[in-house]
Design a protein around this ligand. Structure first.
Ligand code: F6P
Length: 543
């Protein structure tokens, strides 16, 4: 079954939403008009509490958005997504990151074959290997226990495991896990500076095993290791995660040290596969399994729950509302925990590589906005950086606030301060500060009248800025798995509504092609005719 190809702008709901967008109300008015608004626009699920009442919606808007989801065929699309249909049509592949965390007795078929037994075989291999490295049973070429792990990979082969490793730092064991991604030689050397070749394990992660950055870095590291310990050490110090066994073999990694992945998992959704090996090494296989279980819980919620109580569906429809009807270009994600420092970067690949498309599923240019820009930074740090623009700037930027009721280390005093900021900011963004409030405050400061009048306009906050709050109990591997899966499903729903293919990424190819042309050109000058600007810059680089 293919995904439906409905142009969303041709639906009745789209027309309705266009009308509704012309009747704006303020958030404060919405609350004043409906005393049960907070409860009506909230969803409690597992340890999640989603309060989306501080958004520019009401019952009519919500039901038109849900109508849109129905009219574009979300129900059938959701079935196709979970059942291994070839929904990544332009690459001819199924999209089955959900199968990677399915229950062992699940039956999920790709071309007639149940893929779950193979998934569990790889999971068992990850578990055994991670335990052997963590306990020191698996030794280096010098018969020592490994102390460090370096993940060599980029994009989905870096961002997922790096984000998870940082997010679950509280659950970490003694292994120092590093992430080498950029082809920047300085980045490579700074990591190598920190590790001892005799006790370092290198995990080369590349779905294709052909990515320029990863292969360059892996070869540099291989040479470094060979210089230090001899060529024979490579087999003890390198393992690989990939679909490309021939290339792994050519690189010199033995097949027993290969962790396979499948072409039906996209790079940016692959952390649940063997791509998560470095994270499993960092936090131990039990925590990695709990992460997968949490994601599976969210999969079940997304697959079974009616749209109006379905967290990813509601979040995606809010994005559609802001993006297509209220003119928002971006969305900001602000986690109030330092552990989720890398979540915005991770989501940038997930969201923008998936939905940054302008051709619809029928192959025509779209006439409406698709993928929004995603950005963010932890709170409270970001309050002292970009919040000025959220409070008093000219842009409409819907914000996701992510927080936890409990801190991991206790420190109640700190946590109360952190969370007081978390709650205060969403309230301040909504309520703002009126002219009369500003005047009153300044008057109490005993300032002279002229100075007060001069200052008043600058101190007004218009408020009415939308926020969605996700409050969870505690940051555990399980909660994190559910949180990441929530965003994955949000991406899927948006793609279905926008009638685009979310699971290819042709847009990254052109830059790669021109890079290889320019690299050749650096060694054979004058072979290619460049535009004036590029030619001038290249000449400067050579000189
Ligand atoms: O260039 C984009 C991309 O293809 C991503 O989609 C992917 O996550 C990344 O490169 C790395 O690819 P690979 O795992 O094949 O090295």
């Amino acid at each position: 079954m293919e995904l439906p190809k409905t142009n969303p702008t041709t639906t009745n709901s789209w027309n309705k939403l266009t009308q509704l967008a012309k009747e704006p109300k303020t958030l404060q008015n919405y609350f004043a008009d409906n005393t049960s608004r907070a409860a009506q626009f909230s969803i409690a699920w597992d340890s999640f509490f989603l309060d989306y009442s501080k958004n520019h919606i009401d019952k009519d808007i919500q039901s038109a958005l849900l109508g849109l989801a129905n009219e574009v065929g979300l129900e059938d699309a959701r079935k196709a997504y979970f059942s291994g249909e070839i929904i990544n049509q332009t690459e001819g592949r199924a999209v089955l990151h959900t199968a990677l965390r399915a229950k062992e007795n699940a039956d999920i078929r790709v071309e007639g074959e149940n893929v779950v037994p193979e998934i569990y075989a790889v999971r068992a291999k990850i578990k055994a290997f991670a335990n052997a490295v963590i306990t020191g049973e698996r030794k280096s070429s010098t018969e020592q226990a490994f102390t460090d792990v370096v993940n060599i990979g980029i994009g989905g082969s870096d961002l997922g495991p790096a984000m998870i490793t940082e997010a679950l730092a509280y659950y970490k064991n003694h292994l120092n896990v590093h992430f080498m991604s950029n082809v920047d030689g300085d980045h490579v050397m700074e990591i190598l500076k920190k590790v001892n070749p005799a006790t370092t394990l290198f995990v080369v992660v590349s779905k294709t095993f052909g990515t320029q950055e990863t292969m360059t870095n892996a070869n540099t590291v291989k040479q470094w290791l060979t210089d230090a310990l001899g060529a024979a050490a490579v087999s003890d110090h390198f393992v690989a995660v990939s679909t490309n066994f021939a290339a792994i073999n050519a690189f010199g990694i033995q097949s027993k040290n290969v962790f396979p992945m499948n072409d039906w998992v996209g790079g940016r959704f692959s952390l649940w596969s063997a791509v998560g090996l470095s994270a499993a090494l960092a936090v131990g296989p039990e925590n990695f399994e709990a992460l997968l279980d949490g994601a599976n819980d969210m999969d079940e919620h997304f697959a079974m729950t009616p749209f109006e109580k379905n967290i990813p569906v509601i979040l995606a429809l809010l994005t559609v509302w802001y993006n297509n009807f209220l003119g928002a270009q971006s969305e900001v994600v602000i986690p109030y925990t330092q552990y989720l420092n890398r979540l915005p970067a991770y989501l940038q690949q997930g969201i923008m590589e998936s939905n940054g498309k302008s051709i619809d599923r029928a192959g025509r240019a779209v006439s409406y906005n698709t993928g929004n820009i995603i950005w963010g930074e932890t709170g409270t740090n970001s309050q002292h950086a970009f919040f000025q623009l959220l409070h008093q700037g000219t842009k409409l930027i819907p914000a996701h606030f992510i927080g936890f009721a409990e801190a991991l280390h206790g420190n109640k005093g700190h946590h109360d301060k952190l969370m007081a900021n978390f709650f205060a900011q969403t309230e301040a963004l909504m309520k703002g500060k009126t002219e009369s409030q500003v005047r009153k405050e300044l008057t109490q400061k005993a300032m002279d009248k002229a100075a007060i009048e001069q200052l008043v306009p600058f101190k007004i906050f218009t408020g009415n800025k939308p926020t969605t709050t996700l409050l969870m109990h505690k940051l555990t591997p399980k909660t994190l798995g559910a949180l990441v899966a929530m965003y994955e499903h949000k991406i899927f729903v948006e793609g279905v509504v926008w009638n685009i293919f979310s699971y290819d990424q042709w847009g990254v190819e052109l830059g790669k092609q021109l890079t290889s042309v320019i690299l050749d050109e650096m060694h054979n000058p004058g072979q290619v005719k460049h535009d004036g600007s590029t030619a001038q810059l290249l000449a400067r680089y050579k000189s």
